[in-house]
Design a protein around this ligand. Structure first.
Ligand code: ATR
Length: 272
């Protein structure tokens, strides 16, 4: 019987993860199945444990369960601890191991696919919710010159900075309100807010993009007001499809010990 994997979340119907992992398995000749499971809020732990006890080998976890996946685990990687959330669970005997591949996926998309140098760059991260927590550590690990976190509720950006500052003392890390950004310029601006899902954009001032800057929206598959604004400002733009495929590749590597090629899968999904 093939090894079984799944992604769990709510909503999950439109998840691209089954198609991505099916493509990875085909490409690398791995014998596995990968399905999407929906869970109501009170069912998450029960469904994970059932899947595991029925022989499942691993799961991806998406919104809104990443923190609960972290809490449920018996072992946690350093990057899951930093993010306080897990998107990847591995089941081995009595062990439930949690990891978080979101930040590594973003970093790989920015550096390998989009050709951005993160070292010594000025990076602006918009948002201070779960999505921002998931990527902050790996971004700081690239040793940018500066990382600014801007959030509508500025106290949450301050708390995020406090959490990461000690472990990344070599990087200038600041929390700002959107209003305080008018004197600032960045080479990379990453939207980790959920504003795009409501057809809104964080209120960015004109001129926030340095010449040749990249605007990156972690939301994928839709035109967002943030990317529209960035394009009007002359920035290069990218959505989160590459991050989605890269975080999946990192999970696949954890489970199977093989690194699939991501470029053909990004091209395939981008054209569908
Ligand atoms: P996630 O886990 O996806 O990050 P979240 O924890 O609910 O979701 O966080 C959503 C983020 O998007 C927050 O940073 C939120 O800002 P607040 O902390 O001020 O609520 C941000 N956000 C949502 N809608 C927004 C909007 N219209 N403009 C600016 N920021 C927005």
């Amino acid at each position: 019987m093939p090894d079984q994997y799944a992604v769990i979340g709510n909503p999950i119907r439109h998840s691209k993860s089954p198609a991505i992992h099916a493509e990875f398995a085909r490409q690398t000749g791995q014998d596995l199945t990968y399905v999407a499971l929906s869970a109501e809020p009170d069912e998450f732990e029960t469904i994970v444990q059932r899947f595991r006890h029925e022989g499942g080998r691993g799961m991806n976890v998406t919104l809104p369960f990443k923190h609960r996946a972290f809490a449920l685990a018996s072992e946690r990687s350093a990057r899951a601890v930093e993010a306080d959330a897990a998107n990847t669970l591995s089941f081995r005997d009595s062990v439930v191991a949690a990891d978080n591949t979101d930040g590594a996926g973003l970093v790989r998309d920015l550096t390998s696919n989009l050709g951005c140098a993160l070292r010594d760059a000025r990076i602006l991260l918009l948002g201070a919710g779960g999505a921002a927590y998931g990527v902050c550590g790996p971004l700081l690990g690239q040793r940018p010159a500066r990382l600014v976190i801007a959030n509508r509720t500025v106290e949450k950006a301050v708390a995020l900075c406090e959490r990461f500052r000690r472990a990344h003392a070599g990087v200038a890390l600041d929390a700002l309100s959107f209003g305080a950004l008018s004197a600032e310029r960045f080479e990379i601006v990453i939207n980790a807010t959920s504003a795009g899902l409501h057809a809104e954009s964080p209120p960015l001032p004109s001129g926030v993009f340095a010449a040749g800057a990249l605007a990156y929206d972690m939301v994928y598959g839709r035109a967002t007001p943030f990317l529209d604004f960035a394009q009007r400002e002359g920035a290069r733009i990218a959505d989160g499809l590459g991050m989605l495929v890269e975080q999946a590749a990192e999970s696949f590597f954890i489970w199977r010990g093989v690194r699939p090629q991501t470029a053909p899968v990004i091209a395939l999904l981008g054209s569908s």
